[in-house]
Each structure stands twice: as C-alpha cells, then as structure tokens.
Ligand binder design. Structure first.
Ligand code: CO8
Length: 258
C-alpha cells in the first residue's frame, strides 16, 4: 500500500514513523487510520524498535478528524471507534517496543495513540488532553480504557470530564510521560533509548512486553503463572544461552533474536 500520510525511516533496526497531515495538525481521519493499520499489520520484520512521532513542529496528533466525525450516525460512530481501537490494539501488542515521541499536541485520539505505545517521552512543548466531552463525544479510541490504567481513575476522570489540556511538565508529574526534552532533543532521546533496547535480547524484550500487557487483565495467581511460563520460555532461546555465557566469559553478548 502507498502511504499519503505516513513518513517512514528505517535505520539499523529502528523505524521512525511520522504521522503527516499538516493541514489538520496530523488529525486522524479514516484514511490515515487505515494506512497506520496497514503499516503495523505489515511491519518490516527487521524493525526491532518503532518510534512514532508527528510530522512538523506543532503537533503529534491533534485528535481524530472532527470534520469527518461531524456527520457520523450511531452505527458509523461505532465503526470509526472500532477501527481506531483495532489499530491501536495492534500497536499495543506488536512484539517489539514502541516509543511515542510526543512533539506537540496529543489531544483526543492523539493522546490515545500515545497511550497505546509502550513508552511516552515528550517535548517540553507537548500538550495532552481528552477534550472529547467538549465536542459531545467520549474518548473513543480506547482512552477510557488506557488513561485510568496509566495515571489512576481520579485524575483520568478529571481529565476526561473537564476536557482540560495539560502541559508536558504536568504529564510528567502524573506519570503520563517518562521524560521531557527540549524539542530538538526529543528524537535523539528516543533514538538513544531505542539503541539501549537494541543491545538487549529481542525475544526477552518481547516476552517481557507480553507478560506486562497480559498481566493487566489477570488476577495475581494467573498473572504470576503467566510470568513463570514466559520466564521458562526464555530458557528455550539461544539468546539466553548467549547472554549468560557472555556474562560468565566477561564479554559483550551477541544476540540473534532466537
Ligand atoms: N480534526 C480536524 N481538523 C483539525 C483538528 C482535528 N482534531 N485539529 C486541528 N484541526 C485543523 C483546524 O481545523 C485548522 O484547520 P484550518 O486551517 O482549515 O482552519 C488547522 O488544523 C489548524 O488548527 P488551528 O487553527 O485550530 O490551530 P491552533 O494552533 O489555533 O489550535 C488546537 C490548535 C488547540 C490543537 C486546535 O486545533 C484544536 O483544539 N483542535 C481540536 C483538538 C481536539 O478537540 N481533539 C480531539 C478530537 S476528538 C477525538 O480525537 C476523538 C477520538 C475518538 C474518536 C471516536 C470516534 C467514534
């Protein structure tokens, strides 16, 4: 599929994906969502870390496209919500780490896109919010599911019921982002984090991600059983043999991702 709204750069195992719709501050219409869905469904197997950011200096993603949503009926609204939820769940369950480098507005569907990524880092200029109730809708791309899990119900409800927009330093304080950076240092910071991940065993990272993600919805006994099973799986990998041998032989490990 040719992409009109995605810019993709591949660099030695790290892929940078930029959402690019400058006329609408990178707002997500159904075409962009479909492109994003196609991209993640067919992600280059050489990609070991994905970084998602917004094109331009002002916006990560300013939400779902309001001009497209304005005319939807109930069934179409349901289908649009399902499309966004499906694409974002695919991103969340990719077997590789996904870092959101939030360079500007991350509102509505933009905040929801950032939240389906494993890790969020932000420019000091970034702004976050779920302003949907001001438009007569609710967060519909999984925001009511993920925001309370990330920052707790109390503050999530305040953000969602008031539609308030928060700055990057507040997003850092409430744990919505891991770190904040000067705008020109944001992508370098994301790349530096990605490179640290590249130095580690890919299968182990993937299994750790699976364990953290699936533990969300399990009770303690089931969660601990899942972790033990995935921990056991590590011992069936060449990377575990190599990682431990390298430690004992006092040399750097060379992981093959097997
Ligand atoms: N949709 C469509 N167009 C947009 C959007 C958007 N979300 N955001 C910005 N734009 C457009 C503007 O209309 C404007 O276009 P034009 O130049 O043709 O007038 C252009 O981008 C530039 O925007 P502004 O002139 O408004 O720029 P400002 O710097 O003055 O303001 C803001 C920037 C604060 C980001 C402002 O544009 C704004 O408030 N945007 C809307 C933010 C918003 O409410 N986002 C949430 C949308 S709802 C949502 O995401 C729901 C997700 C779940 C969907 C479930 C479906 C069922």
């Amino acid at each position: 599929m040719d992409y009109n709204f995605l810019k993709i750069e591949n660099n030695d195992g790290i892929t940078i994906l930029k959402i690019s719709a400058p006329k609408s501050l990178n707002a997500l219409n159904s075409t962009i969502l479909k492109e994003l869905g196609d991209f993640v469904d067919n992600i280059d197997p050489a990609t070991r870390v994905l970084i998602i950011t917004g094109d331009g200096e002002k916006s990560f993603v300013a939400g779902a496209d309001i001009s497209e949503m304005a005319h939807l009926n109930e069934q179409e609204g349901y289908e649009f919500g399902k499309l966004g939820a499906k694409v974002f769940r695919t991103i969340e369950t990719l077997p590789i780490p996904v870092i959101a480098a939030v360079n500007g507005f991350a509102l509505g569907g933009g905040c929801e896109l950032a939240m389906c990524c494993d890790i969020r880092i932000a420019s000091v200029k970034a702004k976050f919010g779920q302003p949907e109730v001001g438009l007569g809708i609710i967060p519909g791309f999984s925001g009511t599911y993920r925001l309370p899990k990330l920052i707790g119900q109390g503050y999530a409800k305040e953000m969602i019921y008031t539609g308030k927009i928060i700055r990057a330093d507040e997003a850092l304080r409430i744990g919505l982002v891991n770190s904040i950076h000067e705008p020109e240092e944001l992508l370098p910071a994301a790349l530096e984090m990605a490179k640290k991940m590249l130095a580690c065993a890919p299968v182990a990272i993937s299994l750790a991600k699976q364990s953290i993600n699936e533990n969300y919805d399990l009770d303690a006994p089931a969660s601990l059983e899942l972790e033990s099973k995935l921990f056991g799986k590590c011992f069936a990998t060449a990377d575990q043999k190599e990682g431990m041998a390298a430690f004992l032989e006092k040399r750097p490990a060379k992981f093959e991702g097997k």
